[in-house]
Structure formats: C-alpha cells, structure tokens
Design a binder for this molecule. Structure first.
Ligand code: NAD
Length: 482
C-alpha cells in the first residue's frame, strides 16, 4: 500500500494541519519507511484542549439521540472503508489481513453499540429516585464528565481507540485523542471518517506525537477531566502521577500475564488451538495473551507433542500473504525486547520446545517463530513478566487448586481461559480465577456488551458495556423540598 508523504498529524477545532514533530512510520514486515507524519507538541495539545473546552458547553447539552445518530454515521463510515482500514492496519502494524478484518469489525460493532446506549440515555435522564421521606423529591442526572484525553497503544490501534472514543462521545464528552507514534495511520484514517460524520468542530481532536512530547502534557493538563489510557504499566503509572496533580480521573488498561488452564478431561485438539490463539494471535502482542499454559500432569506429554507440531506448522509470513497465520512484530524495539526475553529465559534454565528464532525463509521484517518454553522457573522474568511476543510458557500441575494458585500468582489479573469437558468444574475454576474475563472452551471472543479490564495491576476501571459509558459520566442528584 502506498501512502502520501508528510501527512498532517493534527486535527484541531475541525481543521487538519501539520505540527512541528516529524514521525517516521515503518512497515514492520519490510522494515521500509511507509510515510512520515507531522505530529504535534505541547502547543498543539494546548490548542486541542482549548478547542475541546470551547465545544463542550454545546455538545454536552445535545440529546443522546443526536449523539447516537453521529455514532451510527461513524460506524457506517468505517463499514464503507472496511477494506482500506484493514490494509492500513496490516501495513502499519504487521498483523495479517484476516486479523485486521476482526479489528475493523470490532470498531463497527463498538460504535453501533454505544450509539444504542446514547439513544437510550434520553429516557433515563431526570428519572425520579424513590426516597423514604415524602417531604422531598429527587431526580438523577448522568452528565458527561468534561473534556477527556484518550491515549492508546500500537497493538490494536483502532480498536483501543474505538473502545474509548465511542463511549466518550456517547456520554457527551469532548475528546483529545493521542494515537501511538508507532501506528498513527489507522487513527488518521479513522479521524477522516469521524471528521465527515457531522460532529461540531472541537468535539473530536487528534494530536499525533510521541509519549513525552504529547502524552505527558495531555495527562497533566488541568482542563482535562479524565484520562483514559491503554498501554504499559510503566507509562500508566506516569500518567496517573501527572493526572494526580489536578485530581483528574484515570482509567487505565495495562499489562497482563494471563493463563490458559488445560484440565485433565480437556479436549486436547481444542486446548492446542486455544493455546495457539491465546499465545500467537497478533504475534502475541496482546495484553490478554495467555502466555502461561497450565496443563494437568497426566496430559502434559500429549499436549506438548500436539502443541509443538501445531506451533511449528504455523505459517509466519507477510501480513498480505493469502496463507499467512502469523505476521510481524511491530518494530525493531519490540523485536529486540522479545528476543531478549527468550535469551534470558534460556539463561534462567527454561527449556525451549520450539521456535525462538527468525523463520529461515524471512530475511527481513520483524518476524519470529511461534515459541514454546517448558520447565520455566517460577521466579524467572519469562514466567513473571509480560513478554508481548509469540512466546508461550507451559507448566504442569497436579491438582485443580494448584493450577488456580499458579494462575493467580501474578501482579496482573486481566483474563484467563479454562479448557475442560465438565461444566461444573469450569464454572468453579472460573469463579476462583482473579481475572476480569474468563473464557471456557472458547477463543478470546470479545463483545461490546461484556466488560474489558482486569484485577490487580492490569487495570483501573472497565471498558465496554455500560461500564465503559459510566467511565465518562458524572452522577448528579437533584433533591427538592416538596
Ligand atoms: P506504551 O505505554 O509505551 O505507550 C502507550 C501510549 O502511551 C502511546 O500512545 C505512547 O505514545 C504514550 N506514552 C508514552 N509515554 C508517555 C508519557 N510519559 N505520558 C503519556 N503518554 C505516554 O505502550 P505500548 O508499547 O504502545 O503498548 C503495549 C502495552 O500496552 C503493553 O504493556 C500492553 O499490555 C498494553 N495494552 C493493554 C491493553 C489492555 O486493554 N489492558 C490493551 C492493549 C495494550
């Protein structure tokens, strides 16, 4: 795919413009320069926040039905540009085209879902609250929390944006969005669709740029009511610290170290498919990657034989190859980071079952073989830290309680998966796992209706569902003497 050069990286107060910061955007499958984007700086952040603040008084008073109509237009615009958006995602992020299609469909579903919630808001506004005392009446209002800053990562660029932007606009908030400097192209494309959807100027603003130059001033700006951030824990902590200065709300979606539990009665073919899906989808660059696989003692040998065979057969290739199963990692830094984890895992005594290298037929691009380790020490970085690459660590367990303890023994608690033929066991285990979402015998399907977020250091708050909307609302009660 060819991109125009020197793309304008600012959309502020309804106008596109070029900022002073020069971002180089790479195709991770070829290492070639895709294009350059002229992003912004602290001054652009200031202008964007000013525009959003000016737009807020009118936008916050629109009806839910009006906002829902615009969200439906955005969903229709994304649907119309589906192919183009898939191509942009695969070119900029390195994910296979079939994965990019899942992302675009998720974005459409998210905007449609929050259009419905926005439309439903009008009937809920000013509803009477039952009081125990007849001398007073009370009504409940849900109001938009104000101007919000949305900061997103590179692994699911358009999806993480939609999960924040759709509920923020549905609630009646005005927005300043900062995409990842690694993958600004999907958001630039999405922003063009949003710009054509009929939003008043200043309601949606976009500032491309790096974390320190754009993300940091956005997090600190006292005019912003809330920051919704998805990214690494290290940066999430910095965002929270900056936001604390002006006591602004924060929603954080951070890292994970999730487990797939294969119980003794599991369907092994299904278990292997789910292990590969949870470990190698998006080249493992998922906060929800089930990078720990826990297998019942008596089924371990069989599982490892099947997993090795399947992992070695996965076709790693260019994202546009019609037979691709796994694409490229996003950039040189991420590639080196994952290779470093593999090296340290070997030094720590973990046993490499398969993978660990660049595929022999791919001499350039950030490609890595699907990698499986066994005998991983419990105190090693490989077992404890988020790897964010196509690397699975397998361990066995003797009893259900031990599997649950191993899965819960983490600073994170984002998701988990359970594979068993016994429905009662599945529910019992799911209930004991410290995770915001548990899949039973299912791939990592996500619906706008179910919440996204986790326990412990994985998250603060929840996205999607009504909880995703509430994150951008203030609750107001009005009590009157009668
Ligand atoms: P990152 O933390 O490096 O960057 C995320 C965003 O923050 C980017 O837009 C970046 O420019 C910006 N940023 C960087 N420094 C900043 C600063 N000082 N102040 C404000 N903003 C700053 O993360 P990444 O490498 O882009 O993404 C990978 C991480 O994201 C992984 O840890 C992954 O687990 C996490 N993630 C979590 C979820 C979830 O839902 N929990 C989803 C996707 C990714």
């Amino acid at each position: 795919m060819n991109f125009p050069t020197n793309l304008q990286g600012l959309f502020i107060d309804g106008q596109w413009s070029a900022g002073s910061e020069h971002l180089r955007v790479i195709n991770p499958a070829t290492e070639a320069l895709l294009t350059t984007v002229n992003g912004g700086d602290a001054r652009a952040v200031d202008q964007a926040v000013r525009a959003a603040t000016a737009a807020f008084s009118e936008w916050s008073k629109t009806t839910g039905a009006d906002r829902g109509a615009i969200l439906r237009k955005i969903a229709a615009g994304v649907q119309a540009a589906r192919e183009q958006l898939m191509n942009v995602q695969s070119s900029n992020n390195g994910k296979p085209l079939f994965e990019a299609a899942i992302d675009v469909d998720d974005v459409i579903a998210t905007f449609d879902y929050y259009a419905g919630l926005a439309e439903a808001l009008d009937a809920q506004q000013d509803n009477a609250v039952q009081l125990p005392n007849e001398d007073f009446s009370a009504r409940l209002r849900r109001e938009p929390c104000g101007v919000v800053g949305l900061i997103v990562p590179w692994n699911f660029p358009m999806v993480t944006t939609a999960w924040k932007l759709a509920p923020a606009l549905a609630a009646g908030c005005c927005v300043v969005l900062k995409p990842s400097e690694v993958t600004p192209l999907p958001e630039l494309q999405l922003a063009r669709i949003i710009a054509d959807a009929g939003l008043p100027k200043g309601v949606f603003n976009l500032v491309c740029g790096t974390g320190l130059v754009v993300g940091a001033p956005l997090s600190a700006d006292p005019r912003i009511a809330k920051i919704s951030f998805t990214g690494s824990n290290a940066v999430g902590v910095q965002v929270m610290q900056r936001a604390a200065e002006s006591v602004k709300g924060v929603s954080l979606e951070l890292g994970g170290k999730s487990s797939l539990l294969v119980l003794k009665d599991a369907d092994m073919e299904l278990a292997v498919e789910l292990a590969c899906g949870g470990g190698f989808f998006n080249a493992g660059q998922m906060c929800s990657a089930t990078s720990r696989v826990l297998v019942a003692d008596e089924r371990l040998d069989e599982f490892l034989v099947r997993l090795k065979t399947r992992a070695e057969a996965i076709r790693v290739a260019d994202p546009f190859d019609p037979n691709v199963e796994m694409g490229a990692l996003v950039n040189q830094a991420q590639y080196q980071r994952v290779l470093g984890h593999i090296d340290r895992g070997l030094s720590a005594g973990a046993r490499l079952l398969c993978g660990g290298n660049r595929p022999a037929d791919l001499s350039r691009g950030y490609f890595l073989q699907p990698t499986v380790f066994t005998d991983v020490p419990l105190d090693s970085a490989l077992w404890c830290e988020e790897i964010f690459g196509p690397v699975i660590c397998v361990r066995s367990f003797a009893a259900e309680a031990q599997a649950i303890a191993l899965a819960n023994d983490s600073q994170f608690g984002l998701v988990a998966s359970v594979v068993t033929r016994d429905a009662e066991t599945a529910d019992r285990v799911a209930n004991d796992l410290q995770a915001g979402l548990v899949w039973i015998n299912a791939p990592q399907v996500i619906f706008p209706q179910t919440a996204w977020g986790g326990y412990k250091q994985s998250s603060i708050g929840r996205e999607l569902g009504p909880w995703g909307l509430q994150a951008f609302q203030e609750i107001k009660h009005v009590i009157r003497a009668v």
